[in-house]
Design a protein around this ligand. Structure first.
Ligand code: PLP
Length: 456
């Protein structure tokens, strides 16, 4: 592990100096450790958006100078994203709202009758759009290792040969464990069996270079708000053929090339080919521009340098947690698995919501608790199997109360390019103190959230 002195500095992000109130009345610098949900904006993204904002204008629908400029910037942003993802010549970039939107778009665009394969460990955004679109989905059981994942996919694809078209959806980095999935190997196996692959890179793209060409995936989806660009845009990028053959995602202006009344009174529409087909309505030029700015900033900082820093913080975090016997880190692939800065855990004798609320109220540390929109995976990791009832446990009554009892939800800590080492150290110190001394305040359930009880 490199010494911290050899590492690059954290990238400047908004909110780094924000002070938040503690339940005691004191104020403390906020430790944002929930990057996996939404990362703070890079200062550079914010500055570039602010510099463009006075020139903001409509896109693809205006004769004025600012409309022309905005249209150019929007299309340039598309090219920046294509370079960032190392797309193939004839791939396309569609701007969407976020990963969920991208995957729903693709689910509606695949040829009718396409059979879909996905591990049950996926985020709901990768798990659910396919069945919602009326496609048949084979859900594969949680694997124990990357090798087993590859073998299980090969077996499933070999066993089920129905359907002319097949699609495999996989996440690059788990939003629960942070573990990396063997995307290139899975893609090789999928292609051998005639299945195309869509990569959910929501958690991968902020931490790793994603080369569509090298991974050989057919599509990739990610969200701007997890890539330091929280302006409401996301991306679906990849092969054009299925997208161009599909009905437009939304019907409306921008997607239609011509609309004409027929002699019988009906309306005939000719739809665009290319990204415009699935971008009906006025596009989110600020969102697209912000994503492009983030792509530029991350590429210039260099993923190698960013990863070296992140791996150092991961090492510090995992070593610190390993010294606390009451903490159990959740993992599918084991402690040696390669991961990004996302880690979930449970604390023996504690309700996870209670623990997370105390981290916020007593230490000014923002993490997430729950099942992280990956219910089957978290339930499996907690030892209850992928099924089971809703599991938001009561706050205030620490649960499980007995050593060894299983917790019903988990705590997730996540970080990235803007995280200073001090946040990890403060987090570890707070976990140690809560485990040894308990919470100093009383907590209660307010509308399903666990909060410090400040009533007198
Ligand atoms: N996929 C993964 C792995 C995620 O972690 C998330 C969000 O947490 C999503 C998809 C959905 O992203 P969004 O909420 O930006 O649509």
């Amino acid at each position: 592990m490199p010494a911290s002195l050899d590492l690059c500095a954290p990238l400047a992000v908004l909110g780094a100096d924000v002070q938040v109130p503690l339940v005691s009345g004191e104020k403390v610098g906020y430790a944002a450790l929930d990057y996996a949900a939404s990362s703070p904006a890079l200062q550079r993204v914010w500055d570039e958006v602010a510099a463009y904002a006075p020139y903001y204008g409509s896109v693809h629908r205006g004769a004025g100078y600012l409309s022309q400029l905005s249209t150019d910037l929007f299309e340039q942003s598309r090219r920046t994203v294509a370079d960032f993802l190392d797309l193939r010549e004839d791939d396309q970039v569609v701007f969407t709202r976020a990963t969920t939107d991208s995957l729903n778009l693709l689910a509606g665009a695949v040829p009718a009758g396409t059979r879909v394969f996905a591990f049950e460990t996926e985020h709901h955004a990768s798990l659910l759009p396919w069945r919602q679109a009326g496609l048949t989905v084979s859900y594969l059981r949680a694997p124990d290792s990357p090798e087993q994942a590859v073998a299980a996919l090969a077996e499933a694809l070999a066993a089920d040969t129905a359907g002319e078209h097949r699609l495999f959806c996989v996440t690059g980095a788990s939003n629960v464990t942070g573990e990396l999935w063997p995307v290139a190997e899975l893609t090789r196996v999928a292609h051998q069996h005639g299945a195309r692959v869509v990569l959910d890179a929501a958690q991968l793209a902020p931490h790793h270079r994603v080369s569509v060409r090298e991974l050989d995936v057919d599509w990739v989806a990610f969200s701007g708000h997890k890539l330091y660009a929280p302006f409401g845009a996301g991306v679906l990028a990849g092969r054009s053929d299925w997208l161009d053959a599909a009905e437009p995602y939304l019907a409306g202006g921008g997607a239609s090339r011509t609309v004409a009344r027929e002699v019988d009174g009906s309306v005939a529409v000719e739809w665009h080919q290319g990204p415009a087909r699935h971008e009906a309505g006025s596009p989110n030029v600020i969102g697209a521009y912000a994503i492009a700015a983030a792509c530029r900033a991350l590429s210039e900082a260099g993923f190698e340098a960013l990863q070296a820093r992140e791996q150092y913080l991961i090492g510090r975090l995992t070593a610190g947690l390993a010294e606390i016997p009451e903490v159990r880190v959740l993992s599918l692939f084991g402690p040696q698995a390669a991961r990004v800065g996302v880690l979930s855990f449970v604390v023996q004798g504690w309700n996870s919501s209670h623990f997370s609320a105390a981290l916020s109220a007593e230490y000014g540390i923002g993490v997430r608790d729950g099942l992280f929109c990956a219910h089957p995976l978290v339930r499996t990791l907690l030892g209850g199997g992928a099924g089971g009832p809703g599991s938001v446990s009561e706050c205030g009554a620490p649960e499980p109360s007995l050593p060894g009892e299983r917790s019903l939800n988990a705590i997730r800590v996540s970080f990235g390019a803007g995280t200073p080492e001090e946040h990890i150290d403060r987090f570890l110190a707070a976990v140690r103190e809560l485990v040894s001394d308990g919470a100093r305040w009383n907590y209660r359930n307010e509308g399903g959230r666990c909060v410090a009880d400040t009533r007198r």
